[in-house]
Design a protein around this ligand. Structure first.
Ligand code: PHE
Length: 350
């Protein structure tokens, strides 16, 4: 029996020393020291041996077990160091290698770029950018803006109704009133955002974009409106531009004007270098860009309690279509191109 123990021990020692991996070592531990292995079995049977051999056999078996256990621990530590080194080598990242080839990052949609350009101009003039709800009440969209109860713009054919007293805003002007309710004068804001009307052709889509402007203080005049819009027109369409104001009508401004910019294709002459009539301004030398006017006192009356006493303050407002500005500036022939998402169109800008 002692011979068998010695034989098992030397066989195991050789195998442990040659174990190629921690996994192989674990298999050897099970094979020689596991619950069903021969050596532990022998140890368990020592008590039943005749007394004269019990001591010798028990001692030899115990020593063999202890020797194997410590060998396994030692070999395991060696193998682990080696395996860690291998993993570290395999996982090494060379941070000095060049990155993956750069991906194209895309660009702003022409409407986004135009909106931002407009925002930049007015921020430079001291206006703040605010936004408002696209689903709007009839009160803010029409009533507070001094629209007569029978005004044609209220018709179901001209406005998307969500409910009897709720619409998709037809312009950004409702934010004039909301903004004044949020802060006392002076106020100078622009309001970019989506607007909706049930029109659809080459120059109208049911959803479009406007930028509203509002400046109110004790001494704001039509001259301030003209100076502000001249600065805007020159920033967007070129430093040589002029503007002109034509009398017009809006329910919520008085007086109201439509604003034209001198044609930037024929330089405000109406004629092209080859003598032909300018097709952009149709020979008129002027291009309409927006509607505006002095805020009607009836509008201030709706926000009198917020500090806007019509007897004490005055201001101007304007509203422009972002699509229209972009079309004019970039010669876009059909408004629907903005929404077709055809890359051949989109990639020409930005
Ligand atoms: N809201 C008007 C429109 O959509 C434009 C406008 C804004 C006119 C502000 C005057 C003052 O046509």
């Amino acid at each position: 029996m002692i011979d068998r123990i010695d034989q098992l021990r030397s066989e195991a020692v050789a195998a442990i020393a040659a174990a190629p991996s921690t996994a192989a070592l674990e298999a050897l531990r099970v094979r020689y020291l596991g619950r069903k292995a021969e050596l532990p079995n022998l140890l368990r049977g020592v008590a039943e041996l005749p007394p004269e051999v019990r001591g010798q056999v028990g001692k030899a078996a115990n020593q063999a077990r202890q020797a194997l256990e410590s060998l396994i621990t030692q070999r395991g530590a060696e193998l682990e160091v080696g395996e860690l080194q291998e993993r570290l080598a395999a996982d090494r990242v060379d941070v000095t290698l060049p990155g993956s080839p750069p991906r194209p990052v895309g660009r702003h949609h022409l409407l986004t770029a135009t909106r931002r350009e407009i925002e930049d101009v007015f921020c430079g003039l001291g206006f703040r950018v605010v936004e408002g709800p696209e689903v709007e009440t009839v009160y803010y969209n029409f009533d507070a803006l001094n629209h007569d109860p029978a005004h044609p713009a209220r018709a179901r054919s001209d406005t998307f109704y969500v409910a009897d007293d709720v619409v998709l805003r037809t312009h950004t002007s409702p934010m004039q009133v909301r903004a004044m309710e949020a802060q006392p004068p002076p106020i100078a804001i622009i309001v970019p955002g989506r607007t909706y009307r049930p029109d659809s052709d080459a120059t109208h889509t049911p959803q479009f974009h406007q930028v509203e402007g509002l400046a109110v203080d004790e001494d704001i005049t039509l001259a301030d409106l003209k100076g502000t819009l001249l600065a805007f027109a020159r920033s967007i369409f070129g430093e040589e531009r002029e503007i002109r104001l034509r009398p017009h009508y809006f329910p919520f401004t008085e007086p109201s004007v439509e604003v034209d910019v001198s044609c930037f294709q024929c330089n405000g002459t109406g004629v092209l270098p080859d003598g032909a009539r300018c097709n952009l301004c149709k020979g008129t030398a002027w291009i309409e860009i927006l509607g505006s006017g002095m805020v009607d006192p009836n509008v201030f009356a709706h926000v009198r309690d917020y500090g806007y006493d019509p007897e004490r303050i005055q201001g101007f407002a304007f509203g422009m279509g972002i699509e229209r500005i972009a079309m004019l500036k970039h010669g876009v022939p059909d408004l629907r191109l903005f929404y077709d998402n055809d890359l051949r169109f989109l990639e020409q800008f930005g």
